[in-house]
Design a binder for this molecule. Structure first.
Ligand SMILES: [Zn+2]
Length: 352
């Protein structure tokens, strides 16, 4: 595979623009094995390529969603994101692929398939793509082993869900995994999935509009109150969708910590506000007023350009609203690339 589909002229002009790295995008291999048949159970996702350029994502026999070729075609993706002066995408799998519900060994096999696919992409397009892996989080030992392998094959971090089969991220079985992230220097991206209240919120797309922001706050609160961030100060976490409802409700969360320490401060005596500025969040707010607030609370060094490309709920103009906000150019540069490079511990020279 070569990236020659993009005109060299584009890169000449793009050099004059601020480097833009989009750190929240999803990708899936064009061809997925029929894991359900192979393993003999389960609603593993497969792709039904029913017409050119489109595929039906099937969950068992159930239709999940229709996706387009920009979910798997690297050259098409580059052409699309180049229209918004983006030069690099950080890619990770689509959360429905996590499959934490499956037998650990099977989730490991699926994870390895997805991780190898992203590693190949990154090797073929080192200036256009950065890769994050996925892990069988339901099995501590297998997860750590695959995390080590992710690093060996050139991935710089891993995306995990906001809960693991309804187990919160502070639970003891996950701690050695987070410890391994810190030791290996792998970045952590927490993405909402397996949304709370899913069954009772089916109408109006509420799992995505209400459940997802709550899930991300659930993940951040668990990691803070469970003392994970306290015990692993070098763990580099980034939380999707601007941290969900965590930052907008930090006042309530802090007040709860102060007024009911018997309920909240049972595992970590540190005020949750102390952790602001210690983790990253992406900028996916669709709202300049909220983004200013996020910059104020998370800190200008901790907000990263993300889009959720190629999905419609994402910011598919990839940060155009930020350019219109009249922010200091130094802040825009931090959001567009520097903060992501800090989070992933990568060097700008690699991409120019
Ligand atoms: Zn996403």
């Amino acid at each position: 595979m070569e990236s020659q589909a993009v005109s060299p002229l584009f890169f000449m002009f793009a050099d004059m623009e601020t480097l833009k790295i989009d750190m929240h995008t999803h990708i899936i291999p064009e061809k997925l094995p029929r894991f359900a048949e192979k393993f003999g159970y389960g609603d593993f996702i497969y792709l039904d390529h029913h017409r050119p350029g489109f595929a039906r994502m099937m969950k068992g026999t159930e239709f999940f969603r229709e996706i387009e070729a920009n979910c798997w075609d690297p050259d098409l993706r580059i052409r699309e994101y180049a229209q918004f002066n983006t030069r690099v995408q950080v890619v990770c799998t689509i959360p429905v692929m996590f499959s934490y519900w499956a037998k650990p060994q099977d989730t490991l096999e699926l994870s390895r398939f997805l991780n190898d696919d992203i590693a190949r992409l990154v090797a073929d397009y080192p200036k256009q793509y950065i890769g994050l892996g996925t892990l069988p989080m339901q099995d501590t030992e297998l997860a750590i082993r695959e995390l080590e392998r992710c690093r060996e094959i050139g991935l710089v971090g891993v995306q995990i869900g906001s809960n693991i089969n309804d187990r919160n991220l502070h639970e003891a079985e996950f701690f050695p995994i987070f410890e391994a992230f810190q030791e290996l220097g792998m970045a952590l991206f927490v993405h909402p999935w397996n949304m709370m209240g899913f069954q009772s919120t089916q109408r109006y797309w509420l799992p995505w509009l209400v459940g997802m922001p709550a899930e991300t706050s659930r993940a951040i609160c668990s990691l803070i109150f469970g003392g994970v961030l306290e015990r692993l100060p070098q763990l580099r976490c980034n939380f999707a969708h601007a941290g969900g409802s965590f930052l907008p409700t930090i006042g309530r969360i802090e007040h709860g910590f102060n007024c009911r320490p018997d309920l909240v401060a049972v595992d970590n005596p540190v005020n949750p506000r102390e952790y602001l500025g210690k983790f990253w969040v992406d900028c996916i707010t669709h709202d300049p007023v909220m983004l200013r607030y996020v910059l104020d609370t998370a800190g200008v060094d901790k907000v990263t350009l993300g889009s959720d490309y190629p999905f419609p709920l994402g910011d598919l103009e990839i940060g155009a609203f930020i350019e219109e906000m009249d922010l200091p150019s130094a802040t825009v540069e931090k959001i567009f690339f520097q903060n992501t490079l800090d989070w992933l511990q990568l060097d700008k020279q690699q991409f120019v």
